[in-house]
Design a protein. Structure first.
Lengths: 91, 180
């Protein structure tokens, strides 16, 4: 078993890259707040999905279980972004 | 095994409710939340995320090795998971120490109440998960697990990945969510 050839290693690398993009890229003032926040939370939802499917191995789970868990990042990101857009701008 | 998934699901729902309550409180005073957010160190949060992702990866490798009966490799991956869990605790301790030294406590304002509540509950999960990983690491050194006997390490691994994914949301919520 070569660690480098494992799917979980590729997923881990992808998650690390996405974390660097949000932490040291999107969070800077290069983008408008709306673009940054939407991008950051869509990436967070994507990261959660990959942790669920590949680290938790839900890719092999029965469909109802998979749907229930995959709904979590979608609902959480939608809720956070919904509140964010409802909240007024800071002067 | 089903019980573990129910517990993981219930924990996820509780955290989702906490995230919603945080956003409701932020709605009342976004300026205060934005000002307070700027006092957090984004580098700490980012590095903490990388630590937990690496920890989860190590534990996932342990389960892959177990499935293929490469039992000699399992302890080292589990130890990697437990040690990175400890590293996260150390990082959070330094961050908390800096906050307390700067006079920032849960009583400072609603943002800091949420910062200490969310990161504190999550840290308790990390402590519990690291303890479980240490337990399965010790057992794996005695070759207690195999491809036919892997329910306990798989349950511990699933819990540990939950700890990882919760932080993936907590981090941007507290550290990165700039105001409109």
């Amino acid at each position: 078993m070569s660690v480098l050839r494992e799917r979980v290693t590729l997923v881990w690398l992808g998650l690390v890259v996405l974390t660097c993009v949000t932490t040291w890229g999107l969070s800077k003032d290069l983008f408008s707040p709306a673009v940054a926040v939407v991008g950051i939370f869509l990436i967070a939802a994507l990261k959660v999905r990959f942790v669920m499917l590949d680290f938790m191995e839900l890719r092999q789970a029965p469909i109802p279980v998979r749907v229930a868990f995959e709904a979590w990042p979608v609902v959480v990101a939608a809720m956070i972004l919904g509140f964010w857009f409802t909240t007024g701008a800071v002067a | 095994v089903d019980g573990v998934w129910v517990a993981i699901g219930a924990d996820s729902v509780i955290f989702a409710i906490l995230f919603m309550t945080f956003m409701q409180d932020r709605l009342k005073d976004p300026a205060l939340f934005e000002m307070s957010r700027h006092t957090l160190n984004v580098n700490f949060g980012g590095i903490d995320t990388l630590i937990l992702l690496t920890s989860s990866w190590s534990v996932a490798l342990a389960i892959q090795a177990l499935k293929r009966d490469h039992v000699d490799r399992v302890p080292r991956y589990l130890l990697g998971g437990a040690l990175t869990g400890l590293l996260f605790m150390m990082s959070k301790s330094i961050e908390y120490f800096q906050k307390f030294a700067g006079g920032l406590t849960p009583a400072t304002n609603p943002f800091y109440m949420w910062y200490f509540t969310l990161t504190g509950i999550h840290l308790l999960h990390v402590v519990f998960g690291t303890s479980l990983l240490t337990y399965v690491w010790i057992k794996s050194r005695r070759a207690a697990y195999s491809s036919l006997n892997r329910v306990v390490p798989e349950c511990v691994a699933s819990y540990w990945h939950l700890v990882d994914l919760l932080w993936i949301v907590i981090f941007p919520l507290l550290y990165l969510m700039k105001a409109a």
